[in-house]
Design a protein around this ligand. Structure first.
Ligand SMILES: Cc1ncc(COP(=O)(O)O)c(C=O)c1O
Length: 398
């Protein structure tokens, strides 16, 4: 299927793109779906009644239905389109009404997008935070989570698969325990939804946020799933035209979800492209994708394990890390590793703290280099990556 990705044709065909956890490449069907919008019906949706606008509204509705079915949501109205996973997480964190002393439980592995909004709520509304600390094994500590729970916990907001080590939480169990305490659960699925089957109904989760651009979708697109009854209680993050049924000089009547959260003209090409992306993923099958990513990671892990002066971020076994492999080379900054890999081998990875600063700060680490694999990568990519990392370590490690 690599031929579906234009980057692999022409001058860039020998690029080794291993930065899909940041943003994936886009296949032709997604690009074409977006182009069709701009070429054939480049109008606004949900407002005007002419034929072009009507077609946009129909395409947006269809995209919403596709995403709902991809995530196992009960109804399309439970899907809100946002510009990112960050916006989806903010929408919930800032849309809830708090009582002083409400506790929010997260892990110590949260992306800033599921950390900074809670810090803001801490100063604005006096909420309290509790962190489930990751032990040296790198695996989620369910006992520590149980200890963090109490009747004061209002929300458990956790990353499904973290973007540094690639480990995950046992989401269903986490939800069950939280609900036993009467707490809500939001899951940050930015790194999980691209690589595994997610069924929000089966998980029984209250909110699930994801990034379309990490799963073949257009840049600047995210999704929030929320239980319809709960969505009705959230304050919109952004308000204005398109989000209300009627306003007077004194008051505004908000539309039901999801329209109330989608005020202002929307990224119609992005929404339609997101629908095309989930179609593409569904055709491939999420189980096959998960197996493919893991196969590549297992091979990459065994290649890197053999390199002296290189340490892999725990857990050591690829089976716990899905599509992510993070590492450090002794005596080198992760940014230097990434820049040299690009320079000598056109190998593109990510480096630094990956927007999870507290995790690294607490452990006095500068960051790590991260390779992330996806459907268009193959064994040749992995072997070239292994060769080039080995070259960097042998030449530059101190
Ligand atoms: C785990 C996780 N959560 C949230 C985000 C933020 O996603 P977005 O760029 O869609 O806002 C990222 C992005 O890297 C991520 O890895």
């Amino acid at each position: 299927m690599r031929k579906d990705f234009p980057l692999y044709s022409g001058a860039s065909k020998d690029y080794i793109y291993l930065d899909s956890a940041c943003q994936t490449l886009r296949p032709i069907p997604v690009i074409e779906a977006m182009s069709r919008y701009y070429l054939d019906y480049p109008a606004c949706g949900g407002r005007s009644v002419h034929r072009l606008a009507t077609q946009v509204s129909i395409e947006v509705d269809e995209a919403r239905e596709k995403v709902a079915s991809f995530l196992g949501a009960g109804r399309a109205e439970e899907i809100t389109f946002t510009k990112s996973c960050t916006e989806a997480l903010n929408l919930v964190a800032k849309g809830l009404r708090y009582r002083r002393g409400d506790v929010v439980v997260t892990t110590d592995f949260e992306h800033n997008s599921n950390h900074v909004p809670w810090l803001q709520m801490q100063s604005a509304h006096g909420i309290k935070r509790k962190f489930v600390i990751t032990p040296p094994s790198g695996l989620f500590d369910i006992e520590a989570y149980k200890k963090a729970m109490s009747r004061e916990v209002r929300m458990v907001s956790m990353v499904h698969t973290n973007n540094i080590s690639g480990t995950g939480i046992p989401a269903k169990e986490v939800v069950e325990i939280a609900h036993d305490y009467g707490a809500l659960v939001m899951i940050d699925g930015a790194q999980a939804a691209p690589h595994q089957e997610v069924d929000v109904g089966h998980l029984d989760v209250d909110f699930y946020a994801l990034s379309a651009h990490k799963m073949l979708g257009p840049s600047g697109m995210g999704v929030l799933y929320g239980r319809f009854e709960l969505l009705k209680t959230l304050e919109p993050l952004i308000s204005g035209g398109g989000g209300v049924s009627l306003t007077t000089h004194e008051k505004a009547d908000f539309l039901p979800p999801p329209e109330r959260f989608e005020a202002g003209l929307q990224n119609y090409a992005g929404i339609i492209g997101t629908g095309a992306a989930v179609d593409y993923l569904s055709r491939l099958g999420m189980r096959e994708i998960m197996e493919h990513d893991l196969r590549l990671n297992e091979r990459a892990t065994s290649r890197l394990r053999a390199i002296p002066n290189l340490s892999i971020l725990e857990p050591a076994e690829a089976k716990h890390r899905g599509s992510i492999l993070s590492f450090n080379i002794k005596g080198m900054s992760s940014h230097d590793v990434a820049m040299i890999l690009d320079e000598i081998g056109k190998v593109m990875i990510r480096s630094g703290m990956h927007c999870v600063h507290p995790y690294f700060v607490a452990r006095n680490l500068e960051g790590c280099a991260r390779a992330s694999f996806y459907i268009y990568n193959n064994i040749d990519d992995v072997d070239r990556f292994g060769d080039k990392v080995s070259e960097v370590a042998s030449k530059f490690s101190m």
